[in-house]
Design a protein around this ligand. Structure first.
Ligand code: HEC
Length: 152
């Protein structure tokens, strides 16, 4: 990788120097690497599209134990996606403020990670206990940030 990157750097340095002097470089320049993806989803979309459906799967374990390995794997993946939603909520415009937001997001991620561990162990009690903690983390954040947004 390193060996390949160096000529690319030289090529772009040459191109910049060339531009500065109003000359086009003679040799072909490799196409630029695609830009890093930019995530623009809102917190609301993360809630509706990811967190709510995934949480329903996790909370479902308390009502009915997953029937087989595939069902457990789905629970574990859903819990992991809630933790991943926490990563999305910790970046960009979605970081609402520097007060409790990141603390509440981390609480959700930790509970979701614990639920994922419970599902990986195929343990109903461990998964639903973590699911209860998870529910509290949803509620704690909403009490501050959902009401605040509605001006209440
Ligand atoms: C760190 C803060 C935070 C956490 C944690 C959080 N939410 Fe939310 N949630 C919000 C905010 C902010 C909104 C309001 C979004 C909007 O309407 O713009 C919201 C909205 C919602 C809504 C309302 C959607 C609607 O129809 O208006 C639901 C339901 C919801 N969240 C479910 C959950 C669940 C389930 C969890 C936990 C697994 C959770 N949330 C965790 C911040 C959070």
């Amino acid at each position: 990788m390193r060996v390949l990157a160096i000529p690319a750097l030289f090529a772009s340095a040459f191109m910049l120097a060339g531009c500065g002097q109003g000359e086009a470089p003679q040799q072909a320049v490799a196409p630029a690497a695609p830009a890093a993806p930019v995530s623009t989803v809102t917190v609301r979309q993360i809630m509706l599209g990811l967190v709510i459906p995934a949480a329903d799967v996790v909370w479902g374990v308390a009502n009915e134990a997953p029937a087989d390995d595939a069902a457990w794997e789905k629970v574990a993946a859903s819990a992991a996606m809630i933790a991943e939603a926490g990563n999305l909520m910790s970046t960009g415009e979605r970081v609402v403020d520097q007060a409790e937001w990141l603390t509440y997001v981390k609480a959700m991620r930790d509970a979701a990670t614990a639920a994922a561990a419970g599902a990986a162990a195929k343990n109903v009690d461990q998964t639903s206990d973590a699911g209860n903690t998870l529910y509290e983390t949803c509620d704690t954040c909403h009490m501050k940030y959902m009401l605040a947004r509605e001006g209440k």
